[in-house]
Design a binder for this molecule. Structure first.
Ligand code: AMP
Ligand code: GLY
Length: 426
């Protein structure tokens, strides 16, 4: 099969690395890709939302399967574009259509969906841009911390956890009146605060059946001990000790089944990944958010734990033939440590030369913001590399990833030193 992966992050490098191992993989392309994907696939310089160019490329290269990595092309309707074009509609695709992608593209849509289908989630009220005054009044009646969420896509920055009513009011003004996140904050959800420990759960569904992928824990804050601003994710661990079989059974019964059934009942023909961001509150799962894609840097850990042919599973999903399919997982622990550019998640430099990559024999290095310049690998984004190690225990996996992390350097490189540490005593 000829395959095109869309995206340029660590997630897409991990997909490409795994798909390349399949005997069914012939030509493999990544658009636009990075220096890491170039080592297992051919990079194609087409933007993730340039559907016209992506479509022509698929026809030229006789692509059989498209795997969509990030949310932007999904929310913009890449599936709908392909389905509407006679020459493209026969190409298999993993990734939901525009309506299904609203599970991620609109927090109001996903909240109402959860409420309609009795999926446990935090209580919330939605306010429109004309209702700033009402929103200000409303926060007077609730106890902090107060969770405020911009409705639309805001590159992971649309959530504010206000520690006081005054702070909440400032954030409401910024979002609803000053449109801090543009149209994304045309609506704001004010949500109940859930106190617990977070978990990322992933399924691959063809709209009727689903396969549950290995779960992971993400480390969102930039600093050790979960301090400092939120990022796209600074590390991940899989499996997660508190995701016990009894907890995961609750997740499947109360969250996964009603979600897949709900989509079906509403006539939303969903094909692709659903990433369920959960809070474990005293042993009970609550959904924080849905994403219409896999997580990054969770995918890097998840791909390392999938045994067997992932391409076969993706193809079965895209053909709506997931029934009876299952996944064999490696019981090992996996730890992914993200190395980021100095200054990230604020302003950061690009173009630093990365050295030491050849000495990383204890881990698999997935690239994110990298590119090749004059034969050298240089930084080209905020999150630069994801270094993934495996072991029989969490501490062995951590040791393997950190031993490789220590060999890699560039000017200003930063990483968290505590990925997995909180899980050691669980
Ligand atoms: P989201 O963009 O919805 O994933 O939210 C970003 C982060 O904010 C989540 O990963 C949580 O750490 C936190 N968060 C979101 N909603 C809540 C909530 N209702 N209660 C507590 N924390 C939350
Ligand atoms: N790591 C969280 C995300 O991909 O959204």
């Amino acid at each position: 099969m000829n395959i095109l992966i869309i995206g340029n992050g660590g997630r897409e490098h991990a997909f490409a690395w795994k798909i390349r191992q399949s005997p069914d993989c012939d030509k493999l392309f990544v658009a636009p890709g990075n220096a890491g994907t170039a080592s297992v696939a051919t990079n194609v310089a087409i933007a993730v939302d340039d559907f016209k160019e992506l479509g022509s490329f698929c026809i030229d290269q006789k692509i059989d399967l498209v795997v969509v990595g990030p949310e932007v092309p999904l929310v913009k309707g890449i599936r709908d574009y392909f389905e509407a074009d006679k020459a493209l509609s026969g190409i298999l695709m993993v990734g939901p259509g525009k309506v299904g992608a609203q599970l991620e593209g609109s927090k109001d849509f996903s909240k109402q969906f959860m409420l309609r289908h009795n999926v446990p989630t935090a209580g919330a009220k939605t306010f429109f841009s004309s209702q700033s005054e009402e929103a200000q009044q409303y926060v007077n009646t609730i106890q902090p911390p107060i969770v405020l969420k911009a409705d639309g896509l805001a590159a992971g920055k649309g959530v504010v956890i206000a520690q006081s009513v005054a702070e909440a009011k400032v954030a409401i003004r910024e979002m609803l009146e000053e449109k801090k996140f543009g149209d994304a904050s045309g609506k704001v959800l004010i949500e109940e605060f859930l106190n617990g420990i977070e978990l990322s759960v992933f399924i691959l569904t063809d709209g009727n059946d689903y396969v549950i992928l290995p779960e992971a824990k993400d480390y969102k804050r930039i600093g050790d001990g979960d301090t400092g601003p939120n990022t796209g994710g600074m590390g991940s661990i899989s499996p997660v000790p508190f995701a016990s079989p009894s907890f995961m059974k609750k997740v499947e019964e109360r969250v996964i089944k009603p979600t897949v059934d709900g989509l079906k009942k509403e006539g939303i023909n969903y094909n692709g990944f659903i990433f369920i961001g959960l809070m474990n509150v005293g042993g009970e799962p609550y959904v924080i958010e849905y994403n219409a894609r896999m997580g990054d840097p969770e995918t890097q850990s998840v791909m390392m734990r999938i045994k067997g042919d992932f391409l076969e599973l993706l193809t079965a999903c895209a053909k709506a033939e997931l029934k009876g399919k299952s996944l064999v997982t490696d019981p090992s622990f996996v730890s992914t440590v993200v190395m980021a550019a100095g200054g990230y998640p604020d302003h950061y430099q690009k173009g630093e030369i990365i050295s030491g990559l050849e000495n990383t024999d204890t881990a698999q290095v997935f690239h994110a913001g990298t590119k090749i310049n004059d034969g050298k690998i240089i930084t080209d984004g905020g999150r630069v590399l994801a270094v993934t190690g495996k072991g029989k225990t969490i501490s062995e996996a951590m040791l393997n990833s950190y031993n490789s992390v220590k060999k890699i350097s560039w000017e200003g490189a930063q990483y968290r030193k505590d990925i997995g540490k909180d899980l050691l005593d669980l």
